[in-house]
Design a protein around this ligand. Sequence first.
Ligand code: FES
Length: 182
Amino acid sequence: MKIVTHPSIKSYFDADESRQEVEQAFSRGLAYAGHSLMVPEKFSYQVLPHFNDRYALFNQGENYELISNVCLHRQAQLLEGQGRARSIVCKLHCWGYDNTGQLKGAPHFKDAPSGQLKKESLSVWNGLLFRGRSPNMGLSALGLEDYLDFTDYFYAGSETSEYQFNWKTFIEIYLENYHVYS
Ligand code: FES
């Protein structure tokens, strides 16, 4: 039996292998979307830079949702940064949506179009928000509840850094720098 101890050199550059990694590994793992502290009140929103501003996180009161941040008309970006809004109005031609992404108005259109911005409900786990499933573990049984207690915390801001290299390179550097046994 051949024991593979590290990825092949080809796997760092091959687009097809990269696609398979996304499909077979990352898409089956946990998909962190944001934190409830980013949108502390009902109708708070936060545009998410880690999704290239493609989605805005909304506090809907009963739940948290990702709402598409792309206008249905000519695909302009709808929201920027963070704030609180019960409605969204596109800056380009003033199409208006409610906070759930339902199209409410399209000026200058005789036959009013209907539409809904793509959206998805998020799973909440100890204040962290996930697309699809959330972690399946009881923190108190593991004695870890103090490590994920966000009482008295508030969200101050995010910084995003993009690295123009394969994720495996990042992991290798991380392991080397932090001496984590793999
Ligand atoms: S692009 Fe948004 S209204 Fe036209």
